[in-house]
Design a protein around this ligand. Structure first.
Ligand SMILES: NC(=O)c1ccc[n+]([C@@H]2O[C@H](COP(=O)([O-])OP(=O)(O)OC[C@H]3O[C@@H](n4cnc5c(N)ncnc54)[C@H](OP(=O)(O)O)[C@@H]3O)[C@@H](O)[C@H]2O)c1
Length: 261
């Protein structure tokens, strides 16, 4: 049987915590009394965040696309601060790809961070958690990972893979007492949305997203999804036969019109 981690089990590690959802979640969990190790590439932003909660937030600068650096960072966190009871693997990038003007590097960069980087974090954690017979890993995917969206063939593919990864881990690690969750947010107002040219229905703040995640982390649920009125409506569309939902998404997003020029 798995269970959510408690503060008595150790600390929380959040990747992608220099801004947006990760930073808001780090602040919220630190206010609740957790010790929180925070990672991202932006060292100055991590230090500024740590200064808001001295001793409770520990900056651990890291590029998750470097798997050796990830393994070393996890070793260092545990050696210096104790076991990682809960990891929120949140680091991610969004690069829109226009298929008529393809850019392989956008795919490569997206997969290197969102997919391979998350795999590096998972690889550094699951063995030690299985040995301890406890632990919690929440992987941040996206509502975009549930089905196709225009310009998301790199981002959406990486996020769909993370949903599958989390499902596989949940199946395998349950008997070792390791609690696996996947987080599928709709639109959240963060720097990641700056490159998104679409309407963003039901967009919520990073603080609201952090509040939903924090309460989801305390639950036994596999999926933490919000805002539910948006993500559940999207899932209903994706439950239709694929040809129908593809046509519907094309129409709703304006991609059924002929290209300009
Ligand atoms: N905003 C939304 O609407 C939305 C919706 C669904 C899912 N999500 C997901 O939520 C997560 C957080 O995104 P956000 O919206 O809060 O955007 P954000 O503010 O841009 O945060 C992304 C974080 O990831 C870090 N990061 C990027 N590349 C990294 C790397 N190679 N190694 C380590 N850290 C890296 C960034 O820090 P550095 O640049 O300093 O490294 C930053 O802290 C992402 O996985 C995103 O896909 C967001």
């Amino acid at each position: 049987m798995t269970r959510p981690a408690t503060q008595a089990d150790g600390l929380v590690w959040i990747t992608g915590a220099s801004s947006g959802i990760g930073a808001a979640l780090a602040r919220r969990l630190a206010r609740q009394g957790w010790t929180v190790a925070v990672s991202a590439r932006g060292e100055d932003a991590l230090k500024a965040l740590a200064a808001e909660h001295p001793g409770k937030i520990i900056p651990v600068p890291l590029d998750i696309s470097d798997a050796d650096a990830v393994a070393q960072a996890v070793d260092r966190i545990e050696a210096e601060h104790g076991p990682i009871a809960c990891a929120v693997l949140n680091a991610g990038i969004y690069i829109p790809v226009h298929a008529e003007n393809p850019d392989y590097q956008a795919y490569a960069k997206t997969f290197a961070v969102n997919l391979n980087g998350t795999a590096a974090c998972v690889s550094a954690l699951t063995g030690r958690m299985a040995k301890r017979r406890k632990g919690q890993i929440a992987i941040v995917s996206s509502a975009t990972g549930v089905g196709g969206m225009p310009t998301a063939s790199a981002y959406g593919a990486s996020k769909a893979a993370l949903i599958n990864m989390a499902e596989c881990l949940a199946i395998e690690l349950h008997r070792y007492g390791v609690h696996i969750q996947v987080i599928t947010p709709g639109f959240v107002e963060t720097p990641a949305q700056d490159d998104n040219e679409f309407p963003k229905p039901f967009m919520i703040s990073a603080e609201e997203a952090a509040s939903r995640i924090a309460s989801g982390l305390r639950s036994r649920r596999f999926e933490i999804t919000f805002p539910r009125r948006f993500t559940l409506a999207l899932k209903a569309i994706y439950a239709l036969p694929r040809a129908w939902h593809i046509a519907l998404v094309r129409r709703q997003t304006g991609w059924s019109k002929p290209p300009e020029g």
